[in-house]
Each structure stands twice: as structure tokens, then as C-alpha cells.
Ligand binder design. Structure first.
Ligand code: IDP
Ligand code: MG
Length: 143
């Protein structure tokens, strides 16, 4: 499992027409796309996805943002995927993100930060199955 992570190109990424730029950065960094689609999250789905943040002050705004337009979930594969992808996207707050990271390059604010990346192997597995069916995953991750 440790070679998988879930990215989401968030609604601000789609609205700013940056899907191609961001996917280019991801594939240039050596990640393989195993599953991808465009979808508009429902309130229930966004709340479920971000359940761990339910008690945070920003939770309702986060759900509004994530349901404000279509987003693009992507299941990715690479050795050390979770850690390497977090390095590629940079800190949650783009003002604190390292030079050259996706959030530093494209994000506007700590909320509207262009892209999601899983934070552990366990969450990567859960998050991938939030968006992609068992059948798709078996087809796309043949063993
Ligand atoms: P991460 O996406 O870098 O893992 P998390 O702490 O898991 O950051 O937060 C999930 C998402 O919630 C962030 O990507 C961002 O969109 C939003 N968020 C996090 N912290 C804040 C905040 O302090 N104010 C507003 N939105 C926030
Ligand atoms: Mg997180």
C-alpha cells in the first residue's frame, strides 16, 4: 500500500484552468496516474472525506469550498508516494510552502490551496476508496 496516494485537484484548480499544469507537475515528478475522474462533491461526500476536521473552526467553509465546483480526484502510484507527494505540493498555507511546490506556485490562501494529498498510507487507502470502486482499483492496480 505504501506506493499509493490520493490527490484531489480542488475546485479552485479547476476554475483557474490549471488541471493540465498541475497534472504535468505530478507526472514530471514520477507519479503514475492509476485512476482519475472529474466530479462535483455533494455536501455529504465532502463532510465524510474531511470527517477528521469536523470540530475545526474552518470545517463549514472547507465543505463549502470543496462543493463549490467540480474537482479531480486522482489515485497515484510511486515509491514512497505519500511523503513524496506532500513534498511536491508543499505546506497547507501557500505562504509557508517551499519554492517550486505546487501550492507555492498556484495557491491563493490556506483554504484555497489547489490540491489535496493524503497524509498517511492508511488514509491514502481510505481516501482512494472514497472515490474509486473496488473493481476500478483491481483493474488499475493489478497484482
Ligand atoms: P492539508 O491539506 O495540507 O493536509 P489539513 O490540515 O489536512 O491540510 O486541512 C485540510 C484542508 O482544510 C486544507 O488543505 C485547506 O483547504 C483547509 N484548511 C486547513 N487549515 C485551514 C485554516 O486554518 N483555515 C482555512 N482553511 C484551512
Ligand atoms: Mg490533510
Amino acid at each position: 500500500m505504501s506506493n499509493r496516494t490520493l490527490a484531489i485537484l480542488k475546485p479552485d484548480c479547476v476554475k483557474k484552468n490549471l488541471i493540465g499544469n498541475v497534472i504535468g507537475k505530478i507526472t514530471d515528478a514520477g507519479f503514475k496516474i492509476k485512476a482519475v475522474r472529474m466530479t462535483k462533491l455533494t455536501k455529504d461526500s465532502a463532510e465524510g472525506f474531511y470527517e477528521v476536521h469536523r470540530e475545526r473552526t474552518f470545517f463549514n467553509d472547507l465543505v463549502k469550498y470543496m462543493t463549490s465546483g467540480p474537482c479531480v480526484p486522482i489515485a497515484l502510484e510511486k515509491e514512497n508516494a505519500v511523503e513524496d507527494f506532500r513534498l511536491l505540493i508543499g505546506a497547507t498555507d501557500p505562504a509557508k510552502a517551499a519554492e517550486g511546490t505546487i501550492r507555492k506556485l498556484y495557491a491563493e490562501s490556506i483554504e484555497q490551496n489547489i490540491v489535496h494529498g493524503s497524509d498517511s498510507d492508511e488514509n491514502a487507502a481510505k481516501e482512494i476508496s472514497h472515490f474509486f470502486s473496488k473493481k476500478e482499483l483491481l483493474e488499475n492496480y493489478p497484482k
